[in-house]
Ligand binder design. Structure first.
Ligand code: SD4
Length: 346
């Protein structure tokens, strides 16, 4: 767990030392980047969260808004063609269509989302437009695409040759078992989540220097899903939830299990009752495991949470889940999550 109090103490000490060195009150008030970012922190799911956090830090480090930070941050994996579970380059559904899900939320309960949207490379930015320019929360499928085009987003082919080839391979058996995290099992050398060859959904939570919280979540969903399938990521309360009084949570893994348990909302409510982010994530994971004792052995769900004080916690069903942490002290933190099962992914 990252201790924000020590971090704050360290930054304040650092700031006053600088002020003394500069000799005077005026200097103490100077808006150095370190001061502008004091107290800010951004966290996100999986190894690829490191690069995404650094992009978000470009906003937070200058004292910018948490909402801008999470949007810019998750655009990094959305643009990464090597990443087959977020944005362009994502694996398609069983019909060969790349359909994307995304959501964004701020501390005041403002939120927007798109589900099963095609042909748009940055669904997170469409989700933000839904939040800011419509009276709605969630647009899906053709309606979401129509709105995005009206808003000036470019129409693109999101199916890369590599993803298309993987789909043709899959078609040879066309075997899909919804209870198993096929994105993890079907590719990568380790056969486990969290390695460099496989990454899941990115969920990101940011706290800015003004104490504002925001979150974002974006994915191409489960590879080879039924056309029209929507996971947890665009469902507010499932894949993402933020409450300025408490904190935020996000999830990755088999979305059906997260939706069944209103996962991210549950994590935030558990924190409201006094649990730490780590304890809250663990209890939300255990709720899934208790209900699905056998199935849980072969599926992955991970939760990541940050409270309003900037304390961070995570927990997953399977080992291998990682999360990236970035603040004024260290911009490339990557931590392993604890998990229920510690044996190899089966
Ligand atoms: C979903 N939770 O669509 C997302 C995708 C994911 O491993 O995280 N896959 O269910």
């Amino acid at each position: 767990m990252v201790d924000r109090r020590n971090f704050l103490k360290a930054s304040l000490l650092g700031a006053s030392a600088t002020a003394l060195a500069m000799g005077g009150k005026l200097a103490a008030r100077a808006a150095t980047p370190a001061r502008a970012a004091a107290g800010a922190r951004v966290v996100s799911t999986w190894d690829f969260g490191v690069a995404a956090n650094q992009a978000a830090w470009g906003v937070l480090g200058k004292g910018g808004h948490a909402l801008d930070a999470v949007e810019i941050g998750v655009q990094v994996p959305e643009s990464d063609l090597k990443n087959h579970s977020v944005g362009k380059g994502g694996y398609p559904d069983r019909d060969g269509r790349v359909t994307l899900d995304a959501s964004i939320m701020d501390a005041e309960g403002n939120c927007g989302a798109v589900a099963a949207i095609e042909h748009i490379a940055h669904p997170i930015s469409v989700a933000r437009r839904v939040m800011e320019r419509t009276p709605h929360v969630l647009l899906v499928g053709d309606g979401a695409l129509q709105f995005a085009l009206e808003q000036g987003f470019a129409r693109e082919n999101l199916l890369t040759p590599e993803a298309e080839q993987a789909w043709h391979e899959w078609l040879k058996t066309a075997h899909y078992q919804p209870s198993i995290n096929s994105e993890v099992r079907d590719y990568g050398k380790t056969g486990r989540p969290g390695g460099k060859d496989n990454h899941d959904t990115i969920g990101m939570l940011a706290l800015d220097a003004h104490g504002r919280l925001a979150g974002a979540c974006t994915t191409s969903g489960m590879a080879w899903k039924l056309h029209g399938r929507v996971g947890d990521s665009p469902i507010i309360g499932a894949g993402l939830y933020v409450d300025g009084e408490v904190g935020g949570a996000t999830s990755t893994g088999v979305g059906e299990e997260v939706i069944r348990n209103a996962g991210s909302f549950l994590v935030v409510e558990l924190m409201r009752q006094g649990r730490s982010p780590h304890e809250a994530c663990k209890e939300a994971v255990m709720r899934i495991v208790r209900k699905r004792r056998e199935a849980s052995k072969t599926l992955q769900v991970g939760f990541l949470a940050m409270n309003r004080d900037g304390e961070v916690g995570a927990y997953a069903i399977q080992r291998g889940f990682s999360y990236a942490v970035c603040d004024a002290k260290k911009q490339d933190g990557l931590l392993p999550s604890q998990s229920v099962y510690t044996t190899n992914y089966s």
